[in-house]
Design a protein around this ligand. Sequence first.
Ligand code: ADP
Length: 446
Amino acid sequence: MRRLKRSAPRAADPGGSGGRHAVLVAPPGSYRIAAYLEAAAGLGIAVTVVSEGEHSLTPAIASGIAVDLSAPRQAASEIVGRIGHRPVDAVVATDDRTVEIAAEIGARFGLEHNPPDAARATRRKDLARARLREAGVRVPWSAILSLDAPLEDQTRRLIYPCVVKPLAMSASRGVIRADDPAALLTACRRVERIIAGEREHEERRRVLVEGFVPGPEVALEGMLERGGLRVLAVFDKPDPLDGPFFEETYYVTPSRLPAACIEAVVEETARACRALGLRTGPVHAELRVGAGGPWVIEVAARTIGGDCARLLRFGTGHSLEALVLAQAVGLPLETSSEHGGAGVLMIPTPAAGTLRRVEGVLDASRIPGIEEVSITVREGYELVPLPEGASYLGFVFARAASAADAEAALRAAHAAMRVVVAPLWRIEPAAVSPSLLAAGGAEPLR
Ligand code: ADP
């Protein structure tokens, strides 16, 4: 039986609950909030959710704070002011977009925190690339292109294949491989439309281009404590990610790469964390094992994400979010990793259109090793594939004796399902002339 160890109760606890209090900073609609709230309830930690806009706060949370999250320093000051004298034991960011604000708040409360500029670098791919390269971490060459200047001049001397990406998006949105100059120009214009709504000028008018790193890709899930990296899991992504778009599909753990390779992945991730200046909290890193060893694609200061994190259970039912919260509030959990293999399939979006139905879900869920098939998009909803969209149709979870068995179960489940998508016809009312409508040539929108 594993025990939950508790550190000494806080001397001053005006709330009288005897429990810890964590501030959870989440962008509106974050799908990671629920997993954190569940973990907090299990650990007896009170949570104040900070987000943007009244409607993004979970109704169950009476103590939510709604603020404008676009300017981290101002947001942090406002949040600290609104929390008032209530003691805070930890500040946790759910998503890339809020890591910098969480770091700012942590600093103001005198809590263990990541330096705000390190947190910012995990959100901004251009800043991360510069820091990592300076520190000698293995990263591809990269350049920043301005969409306000002629691209032909800026792309003349680049090397192909390369990858163009937004400075600050996630889930592979807007990440496009280009094999020649013409493809790069087309990709840049496509990314320009995708980032047109970004708030910061730089993030709206600049793109990052970098060398394409071939080779198998892995994801590392870990926790930092005073700068030291503790590895929780390394996932293989068994389907080749060669582009032109990079849709996440299969994640399988433990990794089946040779032990020396995994060791090198861990070392390079730890080096990248140090180079970025990260010290505490969750780390989700993506690396490709290419020529000469692992290449860092990205290091994020957050968890893998609500649904996928369910793959990781530590000891007696602790979730990844429970580990993050417990560490943050200083409540050590004794854990042990599970044996065997586990995997998730993020069900790919087969085409753009309207989701009609997903067939074969029951058959898929009956396949040995499959724990759950969860379709998260409702019938009638629009599906937008990468690079413009980034929504997953749903998830399939597997647990089996080995990683290979878990992967086989996921592949069988995927094969058992059929996603039926109907084309989406957009009718722009302004473009339909009254005479055409009168002639029955087009139907008005209903
Ligand atoms: P995001 O933060 O949106 O996920 P990433 O920079 O992590 O963006 O890229 C998403 C995916 O695109 C990566 O997991 C990887 O598969 C692929 N990718 C990105 N950059 C490169 C690169 N330089 N070389 C090879 N693949 C890349």
